[in-house]
Design a protein around this ligand. Structure first.
Ligand SMILES: [Zn+2]
Length: 510
């Protein structure tokens, strides 16, 4: 049951196309893979591809690559497709008459191909062992960048909290990183910054800062370099890693040149490119977050990303990406998102959508939307009609994470399940908007080892294989769960009160 076929490679444009072609034309396929009409095109003209396996009425959609740098998601969705087609492992008893699995391997081909071309300009000839070692180096560099940023933030926060200035701390954290943008700094600089900006006496500041540093076992003489260590690893890459093999590639290269023309971003970010070629972050590209970002810009000027990326501007088009092409203009929804919305709306209209899994890179977390409507007053007053989305979401996600736990136990000896997201009702990204809108829509953060794009590859046996394996098994589990719940997809329940007693009924949902 655990006999999945798992490959280990970094897929650039050529390798991605080859993998998908190989999957479609594999004579060993037990279930046919059909390449459907593209869902749309990116600005530069890269297709947003769509494949299916099965002809059943219950559709489950798997999408990867919303963030171009989260390459494990494209890898996973394509490998899932391969394993279902071959009827490998738990997919042995896949029922193509009951289910159709829709695959959108890469929603954001521009960001994905930018990232993987850049990676492959360094990693192309590496053996699997070399890929693993190199990814480990990256993982550690990425982690150090986070550790350093978190330690500085903790110093600022602790000094503020201990001196009755806690409301100042997040403002000072932002100001600190802006002040030290592109500058090396030491612990002494952190102290001087705090003394100058809080007017607290030097002895107190110094003692607190040095304590925080010590608790975190950091060297007090550490000089934190202006260049992030995870960027330094890709210092030598250039936009020329994109070959001009067709019109789409030529346009992509032109767009990237524009983004990097003013030296606003380290060139190394080509290898960690979240956005599309317009420099827009597809998950942030929704009206809700657009308004939030505009508010932030009005309050604080340029808005930067967090921790290891706190030197990268988010409020202008770039590698991390803004919420829209121009924050001063009207909101523009990007073509990759429009293609997805149209596809999901079509499925919803024909009552085909049983689950949508929006795969992202790192976290080992599933985001769900199990929040019941707060309509009790109305229930007492006039009665209400409710659907079972809350229950369906909750059941699928709960069984999903449990199965990941069992899969980890099988491969690693420890039951270590994925987590549910902490605030399931919080809406900021496109993934959240979709989770709220559709019946069983999830955002899945794949690899437990953090550090896009390549940290998920840093430990083949300990992280990469378990990631693939656990999520494939959980996919089978999801099909079982959907089978047991399927009648609820078509049902609503009603409730009203009569003489103080609740009266329940059912009605058709679709
Ligand atoms: Zn993401």
């Amino acid at each position: 049951m655990n006999d999945f076929d798992i490959k280990y490679e970094i897929l650039d444009y050529a390798k991605y196309n080859k993998r998908l072609l190989d999957i479609c034309s594999n004579p060993n396929n037990k279930f046919q893979v059909i390449k459907q009409q593209d869902l749309g095109k990116s600005r530069c003209g890269f297709p947003i591809e769509h494949y299916t396996i099965g002809n059943g009425p219950k559709h489950i959609v798997y999408m990867g690559g919303a963030h171009g740098n989260e390459i494990i998601s494209v890898d996973f969705v394509s490998q899932l497709m391969n394993n279902i087609a071959l009827g490998k492992g738990t997919f042995e008893d896949f029922d193509p008459n009951e289910f159709t699995i829709d695959f959108i391997p890469c929603q954001n081909p521009e960001g994905y191909f930018t990232t993987t071309y850049a990676l492959n300009s360094v990693m192309n000839d590496m053996s699997p062992q070399e890929i693993e070692a190199f990814s480990k180096r990256y993982y550690l560099a990425y982690k150090s960048d986070d550790i350093n940023s978190m330690a500085v933030n903790a110093c600022i926060r602790t000094v503020c909290n201990e001196n009755g200035l806690s409301e100042l701390s997040s403002k000072l954290i932002k100001l600190f990183w802006k002040t030290y943008l592109n500058k090396d700094f030491s612990l002494r600089d952190v102290e001087d910054f705090l003394i100058a900006n809080t007017k607290i006496n030097g002895m107190t500041v110094s003692e607190t800062v040095r304590n925080v540093w010590q608790q975190r076992k950091l060297d007090p003489d550490l000089v934190i370099p202006k260049d992030k260590m995870h960027h330094k690893i890709f210092d030598n890459i250039s936009i020329d890693c994109i070959p001009e093999i067709d019109d789409a590639h030529i346009k992509l290269k032109e767009s990237l040149r524009k983004i990097y023309a003013n030296n606003d971003f380290p060139i190394a970010t080509l290898a960690n490119f979240f956005s599309n070629s317009a420099g827009v972050n597809l998950n942030d590209n929704n009206e809700f977050y657009f308004e939030t970002q505009k508010r932030q810009v009005a309050e604080e000027g340029i808005v930067y990303a967090n921790l290891r990326d706190n030197n990268l501007a988010k409020s202008i088009p770039g590698p991390v990406g803004s919420a829209s092409v121009d924050l001063n203009g009207e909101f523009v929804s990007e073509p990759e998102n429009e293609a997805l919305y149209e596809f999901l709306a079509r499925q919803d209209e024909s009552s085909e959508n049983y689950a949508f899994i929006n795969c992202h890179g790192t976290g080992g977390v599933i985001y769900l939307y199990p929040v019941a409507d707060d309509d009790l007053e109305q229930a007492h007053d006039t009665g209400v009609e409710r659907n079972f989305s809350f229950y369906i979401n909750n059941r699928i996600a709960t069984e999903y994470v449990k199965e990941t736990g069992r899969a980890y136990e099988d491969v690693k000896g420890v039951n270590d399940p994925y987590k549910h997201m902490g605030y399931p009702d919080k809406i900021t990204g496109v993934g959240d908007v979709l989770r709220k809108k559709y019946i069983a829509s999830f955002l899945l953060e794949l690899s437990k080892a953090g550090g896009n794009p390549i940290a998920p590859y840093c430990d083949y046996k300990g992280n990469y294989v378990p990631t693939m394996f656990a999520n494939m098994r959980a996919c089978s589990k999801m099909m079982q769960t959907i089978r047991s719940l399927s009648y609820l997809y078509d049902t609503n329940y009603t409730m009203h009160y009569e003489n103080g007693r609740v009266v329940y009924g059912t009605t058709s949902r679709r």
